[in-house]
Ligand binder design. Sequence first.
Ligand code: C2E
Ligand code: CA
Ligand code: CA
Length: 752
Amino acid sequence: MTAFVAFAEVVYILNKHSIKGNKLSMSVVRLILTAIFTILVYTACINTKNELMAEIFYALYFSSIDWILMLFIYYARQYTNVWDEKSAAPLLIAFVAVADNISLYTNSIWHHAFRVYKQTVDSGGWFYNFEANDYYAVHLTFSYIMVAIIIAIFVRKVFTTSGFHRKRYTSVLIMFFVLILLNVAYLFANVMVDVSITFYGIGTLFIGYYTLMYNPKTLVEYMLATITERMECALIAFDEADNCVYSNQFADRMFGVKTGKKIFDERFKKWKDGRDTNSIANNTWSAVYNMGGDEYRFDVHFNKLYDKHGYYSGCYFSFYDVTGDYLAYEEEKYRSTHDPLTDALNRESFYVECKKMLEENPYTDYVMVCSNIKGFKLINDMFGLEAADRVLIRIADSIRSKMQKGSVYARLEADRFAVFMPKERYTEELFMEGMNEVSSLLNNSQYKMTILVGVYEIYDRNVSIASMCDGAFLAIDSIKNSFKNTIAYYGDMLRFEYMNEQKILGEFETALGDGQFAIFLQPVISMDGQCNLCEALVRWVHPERGIIAPATFIPLLENTGYIYKLDAFVWEQAAKRLAFWNSRGFKGLSISVNISVKDFYYIDIYETLVNLVRKYDIEPSRLKLEITESVFMNEKERQIGIINRLREYGFFIEIDDFGSGYSSLNMLKELPANILKMDMAFLSFDKKETRGQKIVNTIVALAKTLDMQVIVEGVETEDQVEFIKETGADYMQGYYFDRPLTIKQFEEKYLK
Ligand code: C2E
Ligand code: CA
Ligand code: CA
């Protein structure tokens, strides 16, 4: 029976995926097979009726005991790892075992180890009487040495292993003891049949189980408990009846718990606030807890647990201390929103804060107050950077001391501060006091610090915050010549102008796309009254405001960098018109277009213009380019280079408004233009004024020696015409002949 059970176990081991094939399971299999063999051989011993056969079976039985014990040692070695693999001891044991085996197998010849006699009993049955001779003692001694080795291995392991694993070894050890005891009992009890053999099967079952299948659950539990206990986060778990079943050390410390978990039950109940726990969704939030007087910030997680059938079985809270991250984040945030020198807000965050305040307080009226030190650069130069920094810090301190809730202030840049506050709190005294206090800081015989303040009252809340500040600084601009601390207000006029400008800029791009811009043409008349040239002058044909003159929007577009879009548009219109005239056979007419100095910085003028004349297939000389002296203000060489390339390509260059700037003669020297354009307006021309006339004469003469043609523009009267005719100038342009005309008007009159 037990042999059968043991065999079943072998089959199981060899089929179990996770354990089959490894060294340990193979040694267990070998052990079990040998045990089965032993049981079978012993069964044969006591069943055979032939004395000789019985002796042979006994020899086999004793030798298999040798092998069992030997294999047991091998197994024990592998299982416990107690014994060094390189040790020579196993070899020695194997050698002794072989010797003992030979002695046992030759026993039937010499009977030096044992002899068996068949003995019949009265009932008709029989049994074998066993008689041990000298050499049997050798076998026994060898066996007991092996038993001793096995016990030693396990005892050693039991004492050196950790608590959880101990059970795996003690159980094998105990089982082994039981087998040995049974065996010894048989020896001394002198019963007919060795019952201990039956236990071999049971013993191997034990060994197989504890060696290969036993996994101490308590170990995993212990490990998990230790980990959670020592975790750097608080854990509190509740069962399905909302009773706290677990809290780790961190949680106890955090909530000041000495004994018991009652406090958690109470807190949980309060938190639930009457809700059914199972109905509360898993959730994460952050919370502040006070521990030992300090505030800590935690990320709290609430999670529910379900068993494998999906039934709610409890929940737990975990609290992660994120105070460090939070503080780092706060500091980072502070640094990114504040000016490091004065601790005032920086520009970006100030804009954000103001916007927020406007949105959150729709019924509060606000003012934007900006300040600026007059000649701040002087302070840097005269008193040094450190002193200048001190002044800035004092200004910020002064503002801070007067600030109330509901106001924000910032250092926008350098010496520019801004305060955004409810209008009802604003008083001149509030600011004058601070200004006087700070400006008295730096005062010596050469320098008196002057602080200027501009106030912008917010009427239109949709105006950008940046524009509000601009408004306040515009007000400061109007008092920039003041020598004492002064407050200026962004007045109605100023505001109107400013808003108008904002409106123009806001509308410009759509207007350009919508075709609200058109070119007007003003004829340029030669001395014999012919017109083969005209100037393209842009007009904004506004759907509501009618025709807007360029003076209103061109300076604005130049300042904001949009002018190149308009100019490129005008040039293309002019080129298109020239192409159209070509197609109608009017090949003698040219158009002059204006080029702003800003165009040089925003686009590649050369490429744009060359592409245009190629696209419309027109002579470049028929698109004349008007350039003013202002192109000489900055990066002169670069601009001259571009202009020269344009000229080389075939464009005609006109110097516009000659004489209006300060370096006209210089320009003449360095820029080989084709045409010189001179405005009567710059000449304070008078019929009797001979000086002006002389100047005009001289300039024309000069132009002639430089191989340039001359256009006199702004010609309004007949007298002027008469005079100009005498000077030798080539063309005239002005209201006397025509105002700038629409293309249609111009073509009707001059395309003949
Ligand atoms: P500008 O280039 O000197 O153009 C001549 C200006 O004088 C034009 O003013 C023209 O209408 C005006 N004008 C013509 N004849 C007379 C006259 O007999 N008496 C007086 N008092 N004025 C006369 P407009 O069209 O208002 O243009 C003003 C300025 O705007 C131009 O001065 C030019 O600098 C700029 N501008 C016009 N169109 C463009 C353009 O398409 N692009 C660029 N960048 N600037 C342009
Ligand atoms: Ca012009
Ligand atoms: Ca001009």
